[in-house]
Write a protein that binds this ligand. Structure first.
Ligand code: PHE
Length: 356
């Protein structure tokens, strides 16, 4: 006769004592048996075990006694579970190959794009909308492109600012004077004349590349990214430049941000400007973080005729503007970022990087 048929007839008190008997027997079994963990588990908690059958008969217990029996049943189960796992641990009964397929899994770590890559993608998209195309130019280049072609003759003091890494290279002695020295490009402006040399006009390029300078502090690292815009067409004005700068500032930094341009000097633009963006913390009023409400973003200007000529662009028909900024610096100025040190971006500390 099965236990199920049996219990329908036994009163609740007897059911409880039956439970306690099962418990005692199981405890004894756990203590004495040499069976494997799985075997013990199956015999105590398996489908055919007395405990399981008794639990199934709970629905036959009178309503008013259900709670009492339920509590006892749970206690019996818990205490047997504990005893079994204690024994398993002590006697090494647990089979290492055993796997609980119902246990929640462990998620493997999931990576995401580095924040600088995310910023590069965002910048590219913003300029795409204005019709600028992302291009790539060498990050290791003849020094002609980042310097001489940009109206900085050899030994001109202006080139001091770029703290360039030169690469020891024998050059082509006696051959092309422009292909003598190799540098790690200190700015993306090396792409200006290179882009013009393609001979396709008008130009609307956005050149994003790594740049290298011998510098390291809270706002500088020796390898960083710049993005360089170049627009060459007929009748380009400073107004166009300002329009593009404002569009970018609002799209990238937030709709409340504004730009301003201040006179500056670069050898390769005339006039030249330094571009500022209104501070995201104080909204242009002036605070601890900014200079009277403005943060410096980078350089810009109308492309110098010497540069256009070096790129074989007819200066009687075409003119244009250029600008070049640091990607990391721009990212740090984004509303809500509040990063005051550039170095963690390249520190490879996942705890920092996974926040973005
Ligand atoms: N290349 C300049 C720099 O690195 C910035 C710049 C780009 C200025 C284009 C004017 C035009 O500081």
């Amino acid at each position: 006769m099965s236990m199920k048929d049996d219990v329908t007839t036994i009163p609740t008190d007897q059911l409880v004592s039956l439970l306690l008997t099962i418990k005692e027997e199981a405890e004894h079994q756990i203590d004495q048996s040499d069976a494997s963990y799985e075997e013990l588990r199956l015999s105590i908690f398996g489908k055919e075990s007395e405990l399981t059958k008794l639990s199934q008969s709970m629905r036959l217990v009178p309503k008013e006694d259900k709670q009492r029996v339920g509590i006892v049943l749970n206690q019996v189960k818990q205490s047997l579970e504990q005893l079994l796992s204690k024994k398993a641990k002590e006697s090494g009964l647990v089979n290492e190959d055993w796997m609980d397929v119902t246990a929640p899994g462990v998620r493997p770590p999931e990576g995401h794009l580095h924040i600088v890559t995310q910023a590069i993608e965002e910048i590219t998209q913003i300029f795409n909308k204005l019709g600028f195309t992302r291009v790539r130019h060498p990050e290791v280049d003849w020094d002609w492109y980042p310097f001489e072609s940009l109206n900085m003759p050899h030994s001109h003091p202006a080139s001091d600012e770029w703290e360039t890494f030169y690469i020891i290279y024998p050059g082509f002695p006696g051959k092309n004077p422009r292909k003598q020295k190799i540098v790690l490009t200190p700015h993306t402006s090396n792409g200006q004349v290179r882009e013009m040399e393609k001979g396709i006009l008008p130009i609307r390029m956005i050149n994003i590349a790594k740049c290298y300078r011998r510098q390291m502090d809270v706002s500088h690292v020796p390898m960083f990214y710049q993005f360089e815009g170049l627009y060459i067409d007929k009748n380009v004005s400073i107004g166009h430049l300002k329009g593009v700068l404002d569009y970018f500032a609002k799209a990238f930094f937030g709709p409340d941000r504004k730009t301003r341009i201040r006179p500056f000097h670069f050898q390769f633009t005339e006039p030249s400007f330094e571009v500022d963006i209104s501070c995201g913390i104080c909204n242009g009023k002036g605070c601890r973080l900014c200079k009277e409400g403005w943060l410096e973003l980078g350089g810009a200007g109308m492309v110098h005729p010497v540069v256009l000529t070096n790129g074989r662009v007819d200066t009687t028909i075409y003119n244009g503007f250029a600008f070049g900024w640091g990607v990391e610096r721009s990212f740090m100025m984004k509303s809500g970022t509040q990063l005051d040190d550039i170095r963690p971006l390249y520190g490879n500390d996942v705890r920092f990087l996974e926040q973005f």
